[in-house]
Ligand binder design. Structure first.
Ligand code: NAD
Length: 208
């Protein structure tokens, strides 16, 4: 099934979210990026990245407000019909070495305004074992009043080397882990940035 709708929401425009959004925005997707950090959003609006990555400013400049739109608030994008939602916020460790889930939970609360249950949620963040199952899915299923196993979710970790992200995002195979096997074909169509064959595994095999 080929999806005509290529509107993708990205939560978090840090290194992972902005490199991914930049490459996707020049490869047939309409990217709508949100970051709570005003400095980052203002930079991107001016065609600039807040970190160094070879060639990224040129790409952002040519995509911004054409296929790449950014904001601090989901309210600017509530009218958009999204086909996929990618979460890239971090879960840094607290002093007690436990992950801080605040950013992740806030991001999920944010997407409730546009989430209708038919979009794919793609976790790109590095998360500890059980995070998808115990935190992400329960919040979304409760929001929609559906069963946990009806949430269309996948885990697709970031794998690029800093300095080479823009090339590697197109060259490295993307690893998707999903719960529902039939989602795999959709995933390939959504994140079409790599021509390489995707590796496919069961999400639960990695205990995410
Ligand atoms: N940077 C890397 O090379 C790399 C590699 C592999 C995995 N990762 C993982 O990917 C994730 C992201 O990494 P990063 O380097 O981009 O982190 P980052 O901290 O630079 O970026 C995360 C961004 O999310 C934003 N954010 C926080 N809460 C938000 C919310 N509720 N809504 C919208 N935006 C929000 C922050 O302002 C920040 O700009 C982490 O889990 C990291 O461990 C990073």
């Amino acid at each position: 099934m080929i999806h005509e709708n290529k509107n993708t929401l990205i939560l978090g425009l840090g290194y992972v979210g902005l490199t991914l959004g930049t490459v996707m925005s020049e490869n047939g997707h309409n990217i709508f990026g949100i970051d709570v950090n005003k400095y980052i959003v203002e930079h991107v609006k001016k065609g600039k990245s807040h970190f160094f990555e070879k060639g990224i400013n040129k790409k952002i400049s040519s995509s911004i407000n054409k296929t790449l739109f950014v904001s601090e608030s989901i309210d600017d994008f509530v009218h958009i019909n999204f086909s996929s939602i990618i979460i890239t916020v971090g879960t840094p460790l607290l002093n007690n070495h436990e992950p801080n889930y605040k950013f992740l939970i806030d991001a999920i609360e944010t997407i409730k305004k546009v989430y209708n249950g038919s979009q794919l949620i793609i976790l790109r963040s590095t998360v500890s074992v059980g995070t998808t199952r115990n935190i992400v899915i329960p919040i979304l299923s409760k929001h929609l009043n559906i069963n946990d196993n009806e949430v269309l979710i996948s885990f697709c970790p970031e794998r690029t080397v800093e300095g080479k992200a823009l090339e590697e995002l197109k060259e490295l195979p993307q690893l998707f882990q999903v719960i529902i096997k039939t989602l795999l074909i959709n995933q390939e169509n959504y994140l079409v940035i790599s021509t390489k064959i995707l590796l496919k595994h069961n999400l639960w095999s990695q205990q995410r």
